[in-house]
Design a binder for this molecule. Structure first.
Ligand code: SF4
Length: 435
């Protein structure tokens, strides 16, 4: 039997789909790269915005139209957070949430023997254990993502994720170590540690384990040359941990610190647990400790009750921090969250106007960052050949680098070279190999 996989959403979801693929391969199921011809279609959902839900519904309709007789499996954050809505999706034969994904192969066996619809959405409980998964070879990717943490207990007022992902829980250091050893053996040079709220890594484990301990384990594996961190909440990173991080030469000087707003009044209303002065302090410490440090972020505009003055403060803050890249998005009302019920919602036109202004400021700092890279020598892990013209990869600080491709038949994939930056265009730098 052949299975077609489709993933919506974040890197954690992608990691989990990859894990399911590996579990099914071990049971003798093949992977299909097309909906048509697959016996089973597995859709791993995201529910971060209302738009994610409608994209998922559209996709399910597309699957049923192209392949009406396939067995359809729906899993992930959407059914977990909106159980009643998931029950109504009658085109789905198996429905699970985010808490028991590794059970899906057994549920498929059960479905194949009884041919009866299965819905198994297990509620998240306080104290539940991390669902162990290890992806030991990710053939299609140069960089391997490793999920080390799940869940969030922060309840930011706009976010549905704590309801979809449950409470914080972490992968043990032993399992992490073995997974990275296997990834290294299969040729991966870079691993990226990801989680739903990565900074909470270890809070549920014994012996005061923290994210820095997972970083040290990853950096200690032979063959792994780079360790990168996924998105971080700008809190709970201790000074002592920054010092320990700086001693790890394999740790990439790239930190994605989710800002959301550069205005304290808005941060408070979002139930974020830091102030802009704490954020600035953290950025300064990272920049002092890591050479060529890149700080990237997410910024939301048009949160309920964000006044022009609040927005201008946020804009000025973004200008001051000089992010090397920012993902800007207008606030969208998410059913089931505190902020969605507030009456002082901002009109779509104001949200769009603010998003344009914020993008302009952040684009400028991205260009300034790229320009400052000129003349520097950086190590680039090549990932692919973007076209016949260029080899393409990323530097340690996550700048996209392209170099001319002299031999159209030669690939530099999964190799690291030292490159001198000679220019930049759009959102990438151009360089030449020096060794
Ligand atoms: S920290 Fe806030 S935004 Fe991030 S997952 Fe948790 S609740 Fe959502």
């Amino acid at each position: 039997m052949k299975i077609y996989y489709y993933t919506f959403g974040c890197k954690v979801n992608q990691y989990e789909t990859e894990n399911l693929k590996q579990l099914f391969l071990k049971r003798g199921f093949d992977t299909s790269d097309k909906i048509i011809g697959a016996d089973v279609c597995l859709v791993n959902t995201c529910t971060v915005t209302a738009n994610s839900d409608s994209k998922c519904r559209q996709f399910l309709r597309k699957v049923k139209k192209q392949n009406p007789y396939c067995i359809l499996i729906l899993t992930g954050c959407f059914p977990q957070a909106f159980e009643d809505a998931a029950y109504e999706m009658e085109e789905c034969d198996i429905i699970t949430g985010s808490s028991n994904k590794t059970e899906i192969p057994e549920l498929l066996d059960e479905y194949l023997s009884k041919r009866q619809r299965i819905i198994k959405i297990v509620p998240h409980k306080k104290g539940e254990k991390f669902e162990d998964m290890s992806n030991t070879e990710v053939k299609t990717k140069t960089r391997a993502y490793i999920k080390i943490q799940d869940g969030c207990d922060q309840y930011c007022s706009y976010c549905i994720i704590p309801y979809a992902r449950g409470h914080i829980r972490s992968k043990s250091l032993d399992i992490l170590k073995n997974e990275i050893i296997e990834l290294s053996k299969s040729g991966h040079k870079e691993v990226i540690l990801v989680g739903i709220n990565l900074c909470c890594y270890g809070k549920d484990l014994d012996n005061d384990i923290r994210l820095i301990d997972a970083i040290e384990v990853a950096c200690g594996i032979d063959g792994i040359e780079r360790v990168r961190l996924g998105s971080l909440e700008p809190e709970m990173i201790l000074d002592e941990d920054i010092k320990r991080m700086a001693r790890q030469k394999k740790l990439c000087p790239h930190f994605h610190l989710s800002l959301q707003s550069g205005c304290d009044r808005t941060l408070k209303s979002m139930n974020r647990k830091y102030t802009i002065s704490e954020y600035t302090e953290l950025v300064n410490k990272l920049r002092e400790n890591f050479e060529n440090c890149a700080i990237t972020t997410d910024i939301m505009v048009g949160f309920p009750d964000e006044t022009d003055e609040d927005f201008n403060q946020s804009l000025e803050f973004a200008r001051k921090i000089k992010f090397s890249h920012a993902h800007i998005f207008p606030y969208s009302q998410r059913e089931g969250t505190v902020a969605a019920k507030r009456d002082n919602q901002i009109s779509q036109s104001i949200k769009e106007k603010r998003a344009r202004k914020m993008t302009e400021i952040c684009k400028q700092s991205e260009q300034d960052f790229l320009q400052k890279m000129i003349g520097k020598s950086v190590k680039v892990l090549f990932e692919r050949e973007s076209c016949t013209e260029f080899h393409q990869g990323f530097s340690e600080n996550y700048t996209q680098i392209k170099i001319m491709r002299e031999n159209p038949l030669k690939s530099l994939r999964r190799t690291i070279f030292c490159v001198k930056i000679i220019g930049y265009e759009n959102n990438y730098c151009i360089g030449t190999i020096i060794k």
